[in-house]
Design a protein around this ligand. Structure first.
Ligand code: TRH
Length: 335
C-alpha cells in the first residue's frame, strides 16, 4: 500500500522526528511511503536514510496520493491536496498528539467529517497514540527489542569517543530553555556525574561533582542509544519522552508548555497512569524551582520500576501495527 504523510514543523523537532520514525518504520514493513514536509532541515541530522521526502505542496498542487493519507498533528492540508483527497478518496487519517488523558480513549477512531472547504463531505478519522489497548498505541520499531537487548553501553560510549570516568553517573539532558537548570545542577552534585547536554541549552557554571559534556545533534538512532546508555534521562516533548520509556531507564519529563497550562493536566494524567509520585516532575516543570530532589531516581527500585513500565508498554498496542490494521480494514473510499 502507498502512504502519503504530511507534516508541518510547528516549532522544535517532535513533529518532524515522529513523522520520520513513522515513515521509516512503514517502509521497513514493506509499505511505500512519501513524506511531505515544509521544513526538512532537522531531518538531515536525524538521518532519514533513503526515504522519499517531498516539499510541502503549493496551494493548488493536486498530488497523486497514496491509498492512505496521514495529516500529522493538525497540520491542515493545502487546498489542492484537499481537492485531491476529495477526488482520490484515500483513507484520510488525522494523527493527533500523544496523551495519557481520558479523552484519548474516547476519541481514538472517531470519524471527523469535513464540514467546509474543498474536501467538504469527506470523512477523516482521528488516530490517537496512547498507552492503553483502547488507543492507537506507541510507535515501536520491529527491530527495537533485539537492538535494545544486544546493546552494550560500554561499547557504545567507546564508539562515540565518550568513555565515562569510573563510578561516574551518566545523565542525559534534553529540555526546553525555561527548565530550572541551577536546581538540576545542585541536585546532581551529591555524586560524580556526567551531564550530557543536547543542543539548545546554556547552563550556569557546574558544581565540582558535575562534568558537563555538550553534545551535537545526534541521529535518531544514536539519540536512542544515548538514552539506553544513561542512568537517568531528562527528556522533553513527545517523541523523546516515548524513547525514554523504551530505554527502560529512570527518566524525568520536561513537558511541552501550552499557553492555557493544559500541559499540566497532561503531565498529571501520565503520572497517575504510571503511579509515580509527582514531586520531582512538578518541580522540574516549574521554571522557578530551586529545590529538585533526584536521589531516588538513582535507586535500584526506580531502575526496576522503569523496566517494569517498559514491560507493561510492550504488551500494549504498537502504533504502526494499529495503522496497518486500520488500512487493511478501512482501506475503501471515505468520502
Ligand atoms: O523537539 P521537541 O520539543 O518537539 C516538540 C514536541 O513534540 C511537542 O509536543 C510538539 O508539540 C512540538 O514539538 C511541536 O521534543 P521531541 O518530541 O522529543 O522531539 C525531538 C526529536 O528530535 C525526537 O524525534 C528525537 C530527536 N532528536 C535526535 O534525533 N537527536 C538528538 O540529538 C536530539 C536531542 C533529539
Amino acid at each position: 500500500m502507498r502512504w502519503s504523510l504530511f507534516c508541518r514543523v510547528v516549532d522544535n523537532f517532535g513533529d518532524a522526528g515522529f513523522c520520520l520514525r513513522l515513515a521509516r518504520e512503514l517502509r521497513a514493513r514493506g509499505e511505500s511511503v512519501e513524506l511531505f514536509i515544509d521544513d526538512p532541515r532537522p531531518l538531515a541530522w536525524m538521518q532519514p536514510g533513503d526515504l522519499r521526502i517531498l516539499p510541502w505542496p503549493s496551494e493548488n498542487e493536486e498530488p497523486a496520493l497514496g491509498e492512505v493519507v496521514i495529516e500529522a498533528f493538525g497540520c491542515e492540508l493545502p487546498p489542492g491536496v484537499q481537492i485531491a483527497c476529495a477526488r482520490q478518496a484515500p483513507l484520510w487519517i488525522n494523527l493527533e498528539y500523544l496523551s495519557a488523558e481520558a479523552y484519548v480513549e474516547r476519541c481514538h477512531g472517531l470519524p471527523s467529517p469535513v464540514m467546509s472547504g474543498p474536501a467538504r463531505g469527506c470523512v477523516k478519522r482521528f488516530f490517537y497514540p496512547g498507552f492503553s489497548a483502547a488507543t492507537g498505541g506507541l510507535l515501536r520499531e520491529a527491530g527495537l527489542e533485539a537492538a535494545w537487548k544486544a546493546h552494550s553501553s560500554a561499547a557504545w560510549w567507546r564508539e562515540m569517543g565518550l568513555p565515562p570516568l569510573p563510578g561516574e553517573r551518566q545523565v542525559s539532558l534534553f529540555a526546553y530553555p525555561h527548565a530550572p537548570l541551577p536546581a538540576l545542577l545542585a541536585a546532581l552534585a551529591d555524586a560524580p556525574t556526567r551531564l550530557l547536554v543536547s543542543p539548545g541549552l546554556v547552563l550556569p557554571a557546574a558544581p565540582p561533582n558535575v562534568r558537563v559534556c555538550a553534545l551535537p545533534w545526534l541521529s535518531q538512532s544514536a539519540f536512542d542509544r544515548l538514552l539506553w546508555s544513561c542512568d537517568l534521562n531528562l527528556v522533553r516533548g513527545e517523541d523523546s519522552f516515548v524513547r525514554a520509556q523504551w530505554a527502560g531507564k529512570p527518566f524525568l519529563w520536561h513537558i511541552y508548555p501550552q499557553h492555557d497550562r493544559a500541559h499540566l493536566a497532561k503531565l498529571d494524567a501520565f503520572l497517575a497512569l504510571q503511579g509515580t509520585s509527582p514531586a520531582a516532575w512538578h518541580a522540574w516543570n516549574n521554571p522557578v524551582t530551586t529545590d529538585l530532589q533526584l536521589a531516588s531516581f538513582f535507586e535500584p527500585a526506580t531502575r526496576a520500576k522503569a523496566l517494569a513500565w517498559r514491560e507493561r508498554l510492550l504488551s500494549g498496542p504498537e502504533l504502526v501495527n494499529t495503522l496497518l490494521t486500520w488500512a487493511a480494514k478501512q482501506g475503501g473510499p471515505t468520502s
